[in-house]
Design a protein around this ligand. Sequence first.
Ligand SMILES: [Zn+2]
Length: 133
Amino acid sequence: MSTQDTEDIELPESLSYHDWAAAVREDRLLGQECGDCGHVSGVPSGACQECGGRDLTTVELPTTGEVYSETTINVPPEQFEERGYQVAVVDLGDARVMVRIEGDHVDIGGDVVLSGHIDTDDDHPAPTFEPAE
Ligand SMILES: [Zn+2]
């Protein structure tokens, strides 16, 4: 795997959901780092989830991480063809992000890598991860 250079996309100073979603569609993950307490969030927010600070800087998150917790979502078969899917809270650098898992089941502590994204019906993209080799 090669290190990701910062490409020609500028990081927005203030991360909106639109910016975050656009990045997900390009298989990039953006987050926000708090200038007050250093907390890094993996979802756009108007204020730090830890301290409420508003001195937030947009940062690019790593696309590999480690599973912090996982669970399997079972969906009603009449609405979805899939039986169920696994979601995991993944540590990406300093951020902790909930993602959907594709492919093999992952366990807590396992290494995962960004595999792409899915677009849900309501036009909300979600990053997907798979077990790292
Ligand atoms: Zn903070």
